[in-house]
Design a protein around this ligand. Structure first.
Ligand code: FCB
Length: 461
């Protein structure tokens, strides 16, 4: 029986645009995801987050759901355009998050708040978006507002969720909002996200949030080579995907090889003196989102280049300066996203982070799986593949802990089925089912299973 440390934080995660709905209520302004999802052809089935899980109106019910699961923490995100549309504080929007945080605390659940889970106010994109330096400053203003509003009650602040996606899927491959395909702009976005992270940590610390833990969530890619001959392909992919963020945020400098590899795309002149130091604010815990590893091979041009990568749906690639890197199909089984299931990558990734950044505690801020769930006639969802996925990955976390990694918590993605970005509602990650149409919450077997894991702090079997 695998056991976890005493104070291990067990939670589930969601994000504002994926669950809240109420997109035009109480003064909320539009975000880039409203614009993107309302543009025909960009999201599967024409789905939008207009209603989503209607979490905005079902807050109390969802808080009770969390309490019934027994989780010690809940990771949610704040909708920037709900609280600060057009750069002005919006009281009704702020009230919603006050009720959310107070409702969590009343149920003994630690609030873990993500400031940016991809829903940039549309007016900031109209002014240039993340490729513009100004956006980092506006992000810090927003952080100040949230610190002043709920900073005395939030347990952990996560500045950004997966800036890899914001920069490369938003501005290079264009499969995410705002849907631009401009590699140089994507690298400028990388930098302004790093800068915005540092400014936001400073801003939060300057407000009532000074006792809270500070964090940022990265979707680090565990990159493996097909053989030892692929070491340079691994290095390149690791530079753009991982060290582009780990470097400035944890070490105060961009890796030299990244600057060299991308020289044909940009001269990085948007990095000003002092920026890397600003990005490198001390954090208390690093958030890690993990779904599957990445397999690469050096491409020699003799055959068609393999581009197997779960994220690589669009015509343009998110992998800047990786023209001679092949992304190789990995063996199954696969989830409904087409992502291979391989928990060994999680253990290896956590041990690598422990080795490279020994002073930085880690937390799994997302892990989970989409499957085509079937409801039985008696209204049950026997999602044994999701239970198996979670079991495997929690075992992998325990192995990393046994190997010395300082892992403080684990959050299942997701509490409930929700708007899975460009895939719309078809891809279901929830441990709780959201019934299409009625939006009724139905516990899947995985929710029952997770409740027992949380209650005992152990994996069964
Ligand atoms: C991550 C996102 C999260 C969810 C999962 C499946 O990249 O952070 O919102 O979509 O993938």
């Amino acid at each position: 029986m695998t056991a976890f440390p005493e104070n291990f934080l067990w939670g589930t995660a969601t994000a504002a645009y994926q669950v809240e709905g109420a997109a035009a209520e109480d003064g909320r302004g539009p975000s880039i995801w409203d614009t993107f999802s309302h543009t025909p052809g960009l999201v599967a089935n024409g789905d939008t987050g207009d209603v989503a899980c209607d979490h905005y109106h079902r807050l109390d019910e969802d808080l009770d759901l969390l309490a019934a699961l027994g989780v010690g923490a809940y990771r949610f995100s704040i909708s920037w355009p709900r609280v600060r549309p057009q750069g002005r504080a919006n009281r009704p929007g702020l009230d919603f998050y006050e009720r959310l945080v107070d409702g969590l605390l009343a149920r003994n659940i630690a609030p873990v708040a993500t400031l940016y889970h991809w829903d940039l106010p549309q007016e900031l994109e109209d002014a240039g978006g993340w490729p513009e330096r100004e956006t980092a400053y506006r992000f810090a203003d927003y952080a100040t507002l949230m610190g002043e509003t709920i900073g005395d009650r939030v347990h952990t602040w996560i500045t950004l969720n997966e800036p890899w996606c914001s920069a490369y899927l938003g501005y290079a491959s264009g499969v995410h909002a705002p849907g631009r395909t401009e590699p140089a702009a994507a690298l400028a976005a990388v930098h302004h996200l790093n800068l915005g992270h540092g400014l936001a940590v400073q801003a939060l610390r300057a407000t009532g949030a000074k006792d809270a833990k500070m964090s940022v969530t990265l979707n680090l890619h565990h990159v493996r080579g097909v053989s030892e001959a692929d070491a340079d392909a691994v290095r390149r992919a690791d530079a753009v995907a991982n060290r582009a963020f780990l470097g400035p945020m944890l070490e105060g400098a961009y890796p030299r090889d990244l600057i060299e590899d991308t020289a044909a795309v940009t001269d990085w002149s948007f990095v000003r003196d002092g920026d890397e130091a600003t990005a490198c604010q001390p954090i208390d815990v690093l958030g890690v989102n993990y779904y599957n590893p990445t397999l690469v091979r050096q491409w020699d041009g003799s055959s068609e280049r393999a581009t197997a990568d779960g994220h690589q749906d669009g015509a343009a690639s998110p992998w800047i300066a990786c023209e001679d890197v092949e992304f190789v199909q990995q063996p199954g089984p696969y989830t409904e996203m087409g992502w291979n299931i391989d928990e060994t990558g999680l253990t290896e990734l956590l041990l690598r982070l422990h080795r490279d950044h020994p002073g930085t505690p880690l937390m799994i801020t997302e892990n989970g799986a989409a499957f085509a769930d079937v409801v039985t006639p008696d209204g049950r969802v026997h999602d044994e593949r999701r239970v198996d996925y979670l079991h495997r990955h929690l075992t992998a976390v325990a192995e990393a802990i046994a190997g010395g990694a300082d892992v403080r918590g684990y959050f299942v993605w997701s509490l409930m089925d929700n708007f899975e970005w460009a895939h719309g509602y078809a891809k279901r990650f929830g441990i709780v089912r959201v019934e299409p149409g009625t939006l009724e919450r139905v516990w899947k077997d995985s929710a029952h299973w997770y409740r027992d894991v949380v209650a005992t702090g152990k994996l069964p079997g």
